[in-house]
Design a protein around this ligand. Structure first.
Ligand SMILES: Nc1ncnc2c1ncn2[C@@H]1O[C@H](COP(=O)(O)OP(=O)(O)OP(=O)(O)O)[C@@H](O)[C@H]1O
Ligand SMILES: [Mg+2]
Length: 272
């Protein structure tokens, strides 16, 4: 059962997003135009343009060094693009928004990394609770015993969603890689993001855990109506878990097409 049905008053933002998904289908959460980025004399992105529509799941593929991570980071302004425009959730982020506007924008966006970046000495529940800091901070969000009841319950529910409610009290550094990445996903859900960027989210997991976590991750994002842009070297994942595929080669967009109708063999040519 989806969170919307179980927790009607706790996660209204996400429920509304899911309800209006159809109406919003034509709207873009992310519009990138003619993006350029160099590191010294190394030209990494050479005029990349694409759109990610609301509620979509988009896979970004390409060989090592093709510019995937650089592109994801430029979209969030974690890296400053040299030229081009990025419109994220309706805000032009290449147009130098002030720190407050950038903070507000980033609060609505989750980022899942290859490494989970949990706080090792804190328990799973507190790590998930930290996701609420995107919405409201303060010491009550630092440790779960101090947390507001509603936040604590929601954090526990997010852990339930990733199948780890029984591990809530366990220290993060005692969890397996797959469990840790699930906790990181629960923390992202706690943030109630509109859009999530994921850079090779299961690359550090073994094939079986990677499959399980990827399936769970994409299913939860879809159920919650969250727009998703993820990079992956796992072509099967790219095919199975996206509606649209974007391929980069040498910082240039090689493919931008609906996933339906694409084949594994055709995608392999991206790496040729
Ligand atoms: N901060 C940086 N300073 C200098 N060069 C960088 C920096 N970040 C990335 N690069 C270079 O930019 C190029 C693209 O890197 P990027 O990490 O975006 O590729 P990628 O497609 O994500 O590769 P991978 O599949 O290995 O993760 C590489 O040649 C990399 O060495
Ligand atoms: Mg990368």
């Amino acid at each position: 059962m989806s969170v919307a049905a179980t927790y009607p008053s706790v996660r209204p933002g996400i429920r509304e997003a899911a309800a209006s998904q159809e109406a919003a289908a034509a709207v873009c959460e992310l519009a990138v135009r003619d993006l350029h980025k160099s590191f010294d004399r190394l030209r990494v992105l050479k005029g990349v343009s694409f759109d990610v529509s609301t509620g979509a799941s988009v896979a970004l593929i390409g060989a090592n060094g093709s510019g995937k991570s650089t592109l994801l980071r430029c979209c969030l302004r974690l890296l400053e693009p040299d030229a081009g425009s990025v419109r994220l959730l309706g805000q032009d982020i290449a147009g130098r928004p002030g720190p407050a506007a950038l903070r507000r924008l980033r609060a609505q966006v989750g980022f899942v990394f290859q490494r989970h970046n949990l706080v090792p000495r804190l328990c799973a529940l507190t790590n998930v609770l930290h996701g609420v800091q995107a919405r409201h901070g303060g010491p009550r969000s630092w440790f779960h015993p101090l947390a507001r009841k509603a936040d604590r319950e929601e954090a526990l529910h997010c852990l339930e969603m990733v199948g780890l409610a029984d591990q809530a009290a366990k220290r993060a550094d005692t969890l397996s890689g797959g469990q840790s990445q699930r906790v990181a996903i629960a923390r992202t859900l706690m943030q109630r993001p509109r859009m999530v960027f994921a850079d090779e989210p299961v690359a550090s997991l073994d094939p079986s855990a990677g499959e399980e976590v990827m399936e769970l991750f994409v299913r939860l994002m879809r159920e919650e109506g969250v727009t998703l842009l993820f990079s992956s070297h796992h072509l099967r994942h790219a095919l199975d878990y996206s509606d649209r595929l974007i391929a980069l080669r040498g910082g240039v967009k090689l493919l931008d097409a609906p996933t339906a109708g694409q084949s594994l063999d055709a995608l392999k040519s991206v790496y040729a």
